[in-house]
Unconditional design. Structure first.
Length: 146
């Protein structure tokens, strides 16, 4: 993903989330050199994307999104497989993420993938009525895992 792709990314982001990332969030992440990839179909249509941050021996998944019209077709799993593969290539031992406490569907997807809930960040996300807690999840990237 580069800045030139944001005109295609932002409409998906705004439909997928009540509190979407702004253009500035994406520009800052790309400018910082964070890994960011697109998932396109054979016709060049954008299906999904992710943005991550690399640490010494870990990655932090900042944003993973599948276009709502293309959800439940395995694209999220494909993106997670790709991210996990990149992590392993870089020697990462852990992949971290935060997810809204209220997002039971995403939490279940991550749990099926092998993520474990390990903590809570209080008031992490904006919400209609104030702030919402985030559940912190970790995927161990050791031999024999996903």
């Amino acid at each position: 993903m580069t800045v030139k792709h944001l005109d295609a990314v932002l409409p998906i982001e705004s439909v997928a989330y009540e509190f979407p990332w702004s253009r500035g969030n994406f520009v800052d992440s790309l400018g910082s050199g964070y890994p960011a990839n697109l998932l396109m179909d054979v016709d060049g249509n954008l299906l999904g994307y992710f943005v991550a941050m690399v640490g010494v021996d870990e990655w932090h998944l900042l944003n993973i999104t599948v276009a709502p019209t293309h959800q439940r077709q395995g694209h999220g799993r494909f993106l997670l497989d790709h991210i996990a593969s990149l992590c392993r290539q870089q020697g990462a031992e852990n992949l971290w993420l935060e997810v809204r406490r209220s997002n039971a569907r995403a939490r279940a997807i991550y749990a099926r993938y092998g993520f474990n809930e390990i903590g809570v960040r209080r008031g992490y996300y904006p919400a209609v009525e104030g702030r919402e807690d985030a559940v912190v999840m970790r995927l161990l990237l050791t031999a024999g895992t996903v």
